[in-house]
Design a protein around this ligand. Structure first.
Ligand code: FAD
Length: 457
């Protein structure tokens, strides 16, 4: 019997999975393998919310494979050593996997290719499993990547996507391969109380509901904080339980203004992947240095802690930060507001905020988290790097009656506009009855500090 291994990473599905299809068409049996990577765990990248969601995804992937006569094999350790061991045990000739975009993923592919070739085996790395278009599929003249979104989007939107691969009917797996027990979500400590459930079945059901209903209003409602009218597909895209290619194809087929606006957002995801693939150092270093003298834990420790805990005294910021800890997810408009507040209003290093997000976000992802933080901080690809979002104006616009604030900041229940957004302006006796902090910073002072730090005045 010929055997091929499918190494799963950020693509935990059976539908639209080119590496699985390729392995099945070239070998008689396949080993669907997931390796819990000891280095990712050691680097603190396995935040509890993602561990819990991952546990759901692995269980559901195993169920999807079992429904096709197969199963998932789980190992832990160094993926290169584990794949080599499974290849040795099964005498597999080939390994198929999805291409990654981070420096870590590239290094892993290189090490794996070398280790397999030394033993006369081959690694096949498949594009467009994680993204809709491969990083580097479109480039501007004279550069290896697009540094500005709009021209990237124009080119991206004009290119054909590959066909969606159907799910295989049968996945024959060799008998007798040892597998560790799959992790249980219930065994993970420190998970957000309202974390969504993971897994391909959940992801596909969510996508179907979204396309049949939610997406049509997306262009008008995607910024409405209380409306919560976005797809919430981001964790599924992060773990690959739904495919970006399939989402874009089905959204385009559906058509309409909402679907168009939604596809544009998926393009933002590809955009950040192609920046990270070309500039892996942008995960930690300024993409465009602005010579900021950022404040850090040393000079802004209390303000940073107030931001993390949702106690800044700005209700919309606090509601958003509490949504993050309560759900392991935050609305995009809220991410923009809280990131602008930390980097521009408190003038704190974006890396501190990005780390906190990565500790909690179920969709926390190096390309999209780090590069969105840089975008907001003005060190990234934003063509207006010095814009500052005013939390009061934004609150009035995107949470006009305070419903979002009421949901997450119960101390302010019952307060109406405008007090729900600026409780410090309440008459003294009403203010005294509310256990809620005064603002950690004056917005005019903060703006002056930022402009001075950036050398704008
Ligand atoms: P929808 O509005 O339904 O959009 C559909 C999909 O498009 C999303 O699932 C996502 O994959 C993609 N998308 C939407 N907006 C963006 C964007 N600005 N950049 C990249 N992709 C986008 N997204 C992550 O997936 N992981 C992160 O770690 C992450 N960190 C962020 C940090 C900051 C500071 C900011 C401002 C944004 C961040 N985003 C991140 C992008 C965006 O906020 C989320 O993708 C979005 O809120 C997810 O909700 P949704 O699935 O309902 O999005």
């Amino acid at each position: 019997m010929t055997v091929a291994i499918v190494l799963y990473t950020s693509d935990l599905r059976v539908h639209d999975h080119p590496p699985l299809r390729a392995a099945l068409s070239s070998a008689e049996e396949v080993v669907p393998l997931f390796v819990r990577d000891a280095r990712i765990e050691a680097a603190g990248f396995d935040a509890p919310n993602r561990q819990a969601f991952l546990a759901d995804c692995l269980a559901d992937l195993d169920a999807g494979l079992r429904a096709r006569g197969g199963r998932l094999v789980l190992r832990s350790g160094d993926p290169v050593a584990e794949v080599a061991a499974v290849a040795h045990e099964t005498d597999a000739d080939e390994v198929h996997m999805a291409a990654g975009a981070s420096g870590y993923a590239h290094a892993r592919e290189g090490r794996l290719r070398d280790a397999l070739e030394r033993e006369g085996r081959r690694l096949y790395v498949h594009d467009t499993v994680v993204t809709a278009l491969a990083p580097g599929a479109v480039t501007p003249a004279g550069s290896d990547h697009f540094a500005v979104f709009t021209p990237y989007f124009r080119r991206w939107a004009g290119l054909p996507l590959r066909d969606v691969a159907t799910a295989p009917r049968s996945v024959p797996v060799p008998a007798g391969i040892a597998s560790q027990a799959l992790p249980a979500r219930s065994a993970v400590q420190g998970v957000s109380a309202h974390l969504a459930r993971g897994g391909e079945s959940q992801g596909r059901a969510l996508l179907a509901r979204w396309l049949s209903d939610g997406v049509k209003q997306y262009a008008e409602t995607h910024d409405d904080l209380a409306g919560d009218a976005t797809s919430r597909l981001s964790p599924h895209l992060h773990f690959g339980t739904v495919s970006a290619v399939e989402i874009v194809r089905r959204a385009r087929q559906r058509g309409g203004l909402g679907a168009e606006a939604f596809v544009r957002q998926i393009c933002w995801r590809d955009f950040h992947y192609q920046v990270l693939a070309a500039r892996p150092d942008s995960a930690a270093a300024d993409y465009r240095p602005r010579h900021d003298r950022w404040r850090t834990e040393r000079d802004a420790g209390e303000e940073i802690q107030a931001w993390r805990e949702g106690r800044t005294g700005y209700p919309v910021i606090d509601a958003a930060m509490r949504q993050l800890s309560g759900e392991g997810w935050m609305h995009n408009r809220a991410r923009l507001l809280t990131a602008s507040f930390l980097t521009k209003t408190l003038y704190v290093d974006w890396r501190i905020g990005a780390r906190h997000f990565l500790d909690l976000l179920v969709d926390g992802d190096i390309a999209n988290n780090q590069l969105n933080w840089q975008w907001v901080a003005g060190t990234g690809t934003d063509t207006r790097p010095n814009r500052v979002l005013n939390p009061l104006r934004q609150a009035r616009r995107f949470d006009p009656d305070g419903t979002y604030v009421h949901r997450w900041v119960p101390e302010l229940a019952g307060l109406a506009f405008p007090y729900v957004h600026q409780p410090w302006t309440l008459p003294n006796h009403d203010r005294a009855a509310i256990d809620y902090p005064d603002p950690v910073v004056d917005l005019a002072d903060a703006l002056g500090r930022f402009r001075h730090g950036r050398g704008i005045d």
